[in-house]
Every structure is written in structure tokens, then in C-alpha cells.
Design a protein around this ligand. Sequence first.
Ligand SMILES: Nc1nc2c(c(=O)[nH]1)N[C@H]1C(S)=C(S)[C@@H](COP(=O)(O)O)O[C@H]1N2
Ligand SMILES: [Mo]
Length: 325
Amino acid sequence: MAFLRVPRGWEIPEGEATPESIYEQFTRRRFLRDLALAGLGAGATLVAGPAMLEADNRQKQPRSFPASPSVYPARRNPKFTLDRPLTDEKIAASYNNFYEFSEQKEEVAKLAARFETRPWTVEIAGLVHKPLKFDVDELTRLMPIEERLYRLRCVEAWAMAVPWTGFPFKALMDRVEPLAKAKFVRMVSFERPSQAPGQRSPWYPWPYFEALTMAEAANELTLLVTGIYGHELPPQHGAPIRLIVPWKYGFKSIKSIVRIEFVERQPETFWHKVVPGEYDFWANVNPRVPHPRWSQATERMIGTNERRPTLLYNGYGPFVAGLYS
Ligand SMILES: Nc1nc2c(c(=O)[nH]1)N[C@H]1C(S)=C(S)[C@@H](COP(=O)(O)O)O[C@H]1N2
Ligand SMILES: [Mo]
């Protein structure tokens, strides 16, 4: 049997190491790479007329995040408010769960820094009237992009509060028109072990996969996210496109999605497959249901280490309690 050995990442609720500030290092590296890309673009103007304008613009405005500059920062939707301060951007960007890169949260940003997130195509398939393949930046320009302040609660009992930029999953459903017999949405991450060292580990059934019911996917809270803190997602947060379902434990919020399928039967999910007794399909945040190895009654805010009581549905009951009554 595979997965008999339990990797150390889930033997304790979380590692106690101090987050390092490697974010700056990361942006500097990207910046240098973008300068190099802009140089290549300028070369291409010799043969391609229309490309010239774009290349010239790019050369004049080198940016640390290369794609879809026009959509960030997006208008903030005031409907979604917080009961706590935002987490410091650098803290959020240097304490990440992304097992494709590492089991060590403090190591993920560095190992993901050169992950190639462009070009990136997402395929929508299965039980839909209009299957779709899209380039992530084209979609971002077409969709109703907005910023939302959300809490995120990891099953390991740490939490953060960040501004995500994205669009409702429902907007995508409306484009592909699911068939009546579609009951679940299954999402799959990339598989690229040459760029993701964690995917060379034999302990996990790569690529990462998650799923929601149709009603959960259509809930107004469910976001497809392409940005954070007013700019494009950096790789460690799940670039170029990830899910955010803020009333569920963080592992439901699958990163770096390449495929979305509408299906009839309840799909298996990554963490349920790896440790069936500890991570279920629903994974709704609930202070009264302890993890088999630790309490979920309280949570620790990363950055400040403030302890707060865990909120049922992570405080999003008014939006989602009806889904489970
Ligand atoms: N593909 C993929 N998605 C993933 C994970 C992962 O390991 N791989 N980890 C999950 C977990 S456990 C959490 S808590 C969040 C963390 O998101 P963040 O690093 O942006 O805070 O991503 C989730 N999405
Ligand atoms: Mo998590």
C-alpha cells in the first residue's frame, strides 16, 4: 500500500519555525527576469509590426509581475469585511502550504520562485454544454474581477486575513452551462515534477485534486483567484489561478488549477485519499469538531500570533449555513 508512512508535515498541527522574509528576494529575481523578457520583445519588433507597440510599452514599464497589468488593483467589494487586521503581506507570502514544492512552509516561496506560470491554459470539461479552454490572462480580462477581504483558516489551526483578487466561480459556471446531471465540480492542479521538487516525493498521489458540490461552487463566496494584495498572485500563493472557499479548511482552496470538470458522482479529494480518517470531503471549519490529533477550538493568526476562537464556518455562516441544513 502506498501512503502507509505518515510524512512529518501532518504529524503536528504546524511547524513552529519563524517565517523568513524571502519575499523581497523573490520579487527582485522576477524583476530581473522581466527585464530580460522585455529585451527579447524589443528584438522581435524588427519582424513584427503590431508586436512593436506592446514590446515598447513593456520596455518602458518593467514590472515585477508580468501579465495582465490593467486589471490590478481591482475595485474592492465592500460586502466582505473583516473582524481582524489584515495579515502582513510578506508574512502571508513566506508561510505557505504548497506540497508540490515543499512540506516546509518557510521554504515554499523560494522553491516556487522560478515556477513557470505563463503561458497557462485551463480546461473546463465534463458535463457542460460549452466546454472551454482558456488562457488565464484572457479570462482575467473578461471576468468581473474584484477584490475581497477574506479570512483563511488552515486545518493546522493557523489563520490569516488577506485581500484576494478574483471573480466568482459562478461566473465561470454561467459561461460553460453545466448539464442538469452535473452534481460536483472537480479541480486538478498542474503536474510538473521538473519544476516542483515536492512532486518527486512518492508519498503523494500527484497532481493535487479537490472538489465541491455544485451548490458550494455556485455560492457567492466561492472565488477563482488570480491576485493578492492588489497584484498578480506570486507562485507560492497558487499562481496563476487558484480557488478560495473561505468557510472551509484551507486544503480545499486548491492552487495552480489546470483543469475543472463537472461530474455526476462525488469525487475523491487529495487529502482524503492520503489520510482518509483525518480529512473529509466537506472540511467545513467547525470549532466543535476536533481534528483527530488536535483541537480546532482556537486558531493562531500568523504574523501576530494572536489566539482567537475558531468561528463556525470560519465566520461565514450567514452565507453558507443554508447549504448544510
Ligand atoms: N495544489 C495545492 N493547493 C493547495 C495546497 C497544496 O499543497 N497544493 N495546500 C492547501 C492548504 S493546506 C492551504 S492552508 C492553502 C494555503 O494557501 P496560501 O499558501 O496561499 O496561504 O492552500 C491549499 N491549496
Ligand atoms: Mo491548510
